[in-house]
Ligand binder design. Structure first.
Ligand SMILES: [Zn+2]
Length: 327
């Protein structure tokens, strides 16, 4: 066991051998992406950029050679009919519904004939106001502060490397704090200076989402307000699940079958959220943890996803998929 672990560690440091890559274990490998484009040109949260359009094309072209890339309904069929995955499947998912998904990712997916699932937080669509993470990033990036601590945060956040990491650490403090997010934003505004106006949000319109849905892409729900579900009371939590589903179904004229948990780490959802998903007719749900999904029926409301990071090259991508936990 130890020898195997050491061998695996040595191999992971060297890269991925061809043999290992070509003999990946059977399972459903789900990719999770957010924004596509040039991070340097954005005034909003740099941490939600997954890759440039060129890199997306490169990653997908490469993975297509090794995986059976399946749609959401094929995945639901697989999960409903098999307890363990019997092949190497890949599912491509995008969270939040940023406009670049339509403008940059969709043409690439179309040209490669790859289906994808877009998880939409319905309250963000055709709403000009920035979501909280983009607001915080905008405030911090235009300020010159090098240190910040709100009274109810556990730690002081200091600028040590680049500003993107500074923003990420601040967002982490906000997520960990039990204070309402709107209060935390007001406190940050008071600390760095409130802008006369924020830029407009950068999400898709309903027209964009309808076009994706009409052309072979699947649409799932990602709550209405993008709040952390485990922090809400039962009534608010139920509203987030049912309202987003009914808006999407009304706008698209199709049944919405899948959900992705906002933020998606283990402490952001729980058994009552899963029970509410089942009661609301959702058939499958995705978290934000890396892992190869092997036990499908057991984990159908807790499917793992691999995050594509901005600086990831093919070697890093292969390493991530090869040395992941099997769940
Ligand atoms: Zn999200």
């Amino acid at each position: 066991m130890l020898a195997k672990r050491i061998q695996s560690k040595v191999e992971s440091l060297l890269g991925v051998s061809d043999f290992r890559w070509k003999h990946l274990p059977n399972g459903v490998y789900v990719l999770n992406l957010h924004r596509i484009g040039d991070v340097a040109s954005s005034k909003l949260d740099p941490n939600v950029y997954s890759c440039s359009a060129e890199k997306l094309q490169q990653h997908l072209t490469y993975l297509k050679q090794y995986f059976d890339i399946i749609s959401l309904s094929e995945l639901i069929d697989l999960v409903s009919n098999t307890s363990r995955a019997d092949g190497k499947y890949l599912v491509v998912t995008f969270d939040d519904g940023y406009r670049d998904n339509f403008e940059l990712a969709y043409p690439i997916l179309k040209s490669l004939k790859i289906p994808a699932v877009f998880f939409i937080a319905t309250g963000l669509i055709e709403n000009a106001e920035l979501p909280w993470w983009d607001k915080v990033a905008y405030l911090i990036q235009r300020s010159h502060i090098k240190k910040i601590k709100l009274p109810y945060w556990k730690e002081t956040v200091e600028l040590t490397g680049n500003r993107q990491i500074f923003v990420r650490l601040i967002l982490n403090q906000i997520k960990q704090s039990t204070s309402p997010i709107c209060q935390q934003i007001t406190d940050i505004e008071n600390f760095v200076g409130k802008p006369t106006a924020y830029p407009n949000s950068e999400f898709m319109t309903w027209e964009h989402i309808r076009e994706l849905s009409a052309n072979g892409m699947d649409i799932g729900a990602h709550s209405h307000s993008h709040d952390i579900l485990a922090k809400l009371d039962d009534e608010q939590m139920l509203f987030e699940l049912s309202h987003s589903k009914s808006i999407l179904e009304e706008k698209l004229g199709k049944k919405v079958r899948a959900f992705s948990y906002p933020v998606g780490s283990k402490n952001t959802y729980n058994d009552s959220v899963i029970e509410a998903l089942i009661n609301n007719g959702y058939e499958i749900a995705f978290n934000f943890h890396p892992g190869v999904n092997v036990n499908l029926s057991k984990n159908r409301y807790d499917l793992c996803r691999f995050t594509i990071e901005y600086m990831m090259d093919d070697t890093a991508l292969k390493k991530m998929l090869t040395y992941a936990k099997r769940i």
